[in-house]
Every structure is written in C-alpha cells, then in structure tokens.
Ligand binder design. Sequence first.
Ligand code: PLP
Length: 294
Amino acid sequence: MPTSALALFDFDPSGAATGYRLVDPAQPALTVTELAATRGDGVFETVGLHEGRPIKAARHFERFANSVRMLDLPAQDTSVWDAALREVAAALDAGPEGWVKMVLSRGIEGGDAPTGWAYATVSPSTVSVREEGLRVVLLDRGYRNDIAQTSPWLLQGAKTISYAINRAAYREAAKRDADDVVFTTSDGYLLEGPTSTLVLRTGMTLHTTRTDLGILAGTTQAELFEWAARNGYSTVYERLTPADLAAADAAWLVSSVRLAAPIRAVDGIPKPVDAALTASFTAHLHSLATPSAG
Ligand code: PLP
C-alpha cells in the first residue's frame, strides 16, 4: 500500500468544494501562479492519524471554518472535506502514525476558484520526542499581547499557510542548541510554539495561554483540557509569563502530530518531565482516533 495519498477538490461557482479526485501524489498538481505558492494566501489543517484513523477531526473542521472566515475565503461543506480526509487516510499503509494536511487557498492568480487538496502521509515515529522531551528557547515574536484586537489584518488566530517565520524560529532554536521555541509578546507574556500550544501544570491545575493574546486556538490543548477537567484537574486560560513557566511543575508543547511533548529545558535550565501525565495524554488522544467524523 502507498505511503502517501492526495485528493484534489472540485469547486462550484460559489467556491464551495463539491467533490474530489484521488490523484498520484508523485505527479505535479499545482500551477506556478497558484496563490498558495506565490503568496502563502490560504489556510490549512493538519490532522494526526493513529493506526490510519483521524484524531479529533471535528475540532479541526471547526477551526478550519474559522480560518476560512478570517481570510474571507469561500465557505466550505465540511462533509466533502471529511470524506476526502477519511479516504486519503484509508489509502495509506496504516502504520501507527501519519497525518493529513488539508489546504484551501485563494487559487490561481486572476482566477475565480479556490484551490484545495488533502494530502495524507505516514510519518516517522514521534514516540521519542514524547519520551525524551524538548529543550526550548523563548523568542520574542515582536507583537504586543493585544494585537488580535488592535490589528486583525495580522490574522493572528487563523491557521494560514504562511509559515516562513515559524520555520525561521526553528532554525534560530537549532543555532541556540535547542529543539523548539516558545514565542513571547514584546510586552513579556508567553504565547505558543511555532506549531504547538503551551500547557503548564502546577499541582492539579493545567494552565495555557489565553487565545485572545494572538495565538492559534489549539485543538490538542482544548481536547486535553476537557479530558483533564473530567479527571480531577482545574484548567485555566491566562496571561502567562516566563516566571510561570520557570515555576511550573511540568510543561508541554502540544500539537496534533507530536501530541504532548514534554519540555525538559527552558533557555538551558532543566525542567522536570511528568512522564505519567504525558502517557495519559497520549492514551487519551489515541483513543479519539475514529473511523467516522469525531
Ligand atoms: N499553534 C500553532 C501556531 C500551530 O501551528 C499549531 C499546529 O500546527 C498549534 C498551535 C497546535 O494546534 P493543534 O493542537 O490543533 O495541532
């Protein structure tokens, strides 16, 4: 069976996907005037797969619709995208891990239809990062904590495909002998990772950044907070500072493919890893992998 699969969407005149075709992922599929490629003008979702099945797909579609609205892209019929998601996932050689990236862009420059695709692939194991943990550095994103309110055109909170800055942050982390990043605001608050949400634990309380601080609302964090609330934890969204991270009993960067990756050092200072809670987080997220929408 293949290790990748690709569906290309067809659109009606309103720009809503009406169906899709499975095509060979090794063949070229986009034109050079595609705005996804030339301007990064589009939105995406990456859905984690466990044993070939999507994890928490419904949360991804909810956020996808929000990103679509924020970028004034045409509204989509979730059932068409969900069918494609499940078909490309099912086409893979069902190893333990994989992901599907769904993209909707503004289409070809000067054209009148969006471009959309769903690409599935098996992925290397993420077990080691959950076992060994991450060394993170704090990097200033250069925005104040209130920019989502003052400057909505910066699209903070939308999952756009413009990720050059996020990738530059990873290169900066590597130069500082670290594995990952926690962005901070210019006025001193913790934000998120370049592809993840920050979660802290103090005692039986889990903390994360308020989503109105100009971060992406994480589907993994939201799911873990609901699980935690059912399992005796308090959960809070707040303005967190580097001092809160330093004082926390444990911390994670959580996301859809790596799941909950514990932070084991911050700017070179070691941090204890909570292996037991990490394992519970993983078990819960794996249990959500469903054959139908969920
Ligand atoms: N924040 C950013 C900037 C991201 O790119 C991502 C995921 O890629 C996340 C947070 C985590 O989101 P999720 O848990 O939905 O994967």
